[in-house]
Write a protein that binds this ligand. Structure first.
Ligand SMILES: CC(C)(COP(=O)(O)OP(=O)(O)OC[C@H]1O[C@@H](n2cnc3c(N)ncnc32)[C@H](O)[C@@H]1OP(=O)(O)O)[C@@H](O)C(=O)NCCC(=O)NCCS
Length: 157
């Protein structure tokens, strides 16, 4: 299988990622909120600027020299030793090829080994069965429900 790696997101990578971006309806609990993604340079700049804060690490998922997705460790609570993982692949062409599972496993290792986290949390819209399956494959376990969302947790081994 082709190998991916994680690289800290940069502004140029962020633009390259969103030039080929498609929103995925699976992440919307309320489908009326779904709209196809339209690339705009200022919009991406604003998004990238918002990501720059100390409680968040954002990675580009890299296939060769191309970003094919984004994975974040956010709401990093250093006292509690917990953070929240979120992931979105760039478009359908790069889904279903094992990259999402590999990226989640790498981000978990980074959270435990580099950030020293004790647990990583994630949540997922109930109907997003693909994401639920991938979270469990990467090592998360269901840890409750909140409205339309299922909560997941992965403890450091
Ligand atoms: C969820 C996501 C990150 C998974 O990444 P991916 O690269 O597509 O996933 P992988 O190829 O590693 O694995 C897909 C797995 O899901 C399974 N799968 C595919 N469609 C499925 C479905 N509708 N229901 C359940 N499982 C499904 C595949 O069979 C595969 O499992 P297997 O290896 O055991 O056969 C990616 O699809 C994505 O970005 N989706 C849109 C955004 C999103 O949902 N983010 C998560 C928000 S919580």
């Amino acid at each position: 299988m082709e190998e991916i790696r994680l690289q800290i997101m940069t502004r140029p990578l962020c633009h390259a990622l969103f030039r080929g971006w498609e929103n995925d309806p699976a992440i919307y609990a309320d489908l009326s909120k779904f709209a196809p993604y339209r690339y705009g340079p200022e919009r991406v700049d604003r998004y990238f600027d918002r990501l720059q804060e100390p409680s968040r690490v954002v990675f580009a998922i890299m296939l060769g020299e191309k970003p094919i997705g984004e994975i974040q460790l956010k709401r990093i609570d250093r006292e509690k030793g917990e953070c929240v993982l979120s992931i979105h692949m760039q478009n359908d062409a790069v889904k279903g090829r094992g990259f999402g599972t590999a990226a989640e496993r790498m981000a978990l290792r980074y959270a435990f080994d580099t950030l020293g986290m004790r647990a990583v949390l994630a949540d997922c819209v109930r109907k997003n069965t693909r994401s639920r399956h991938v979270l469990e494959k990467a090592g998360f376990r269901p840890a409750g429900e909140e409205g339309d969302f299922i909560l997941f947790r992965c403890e450091r081994d």
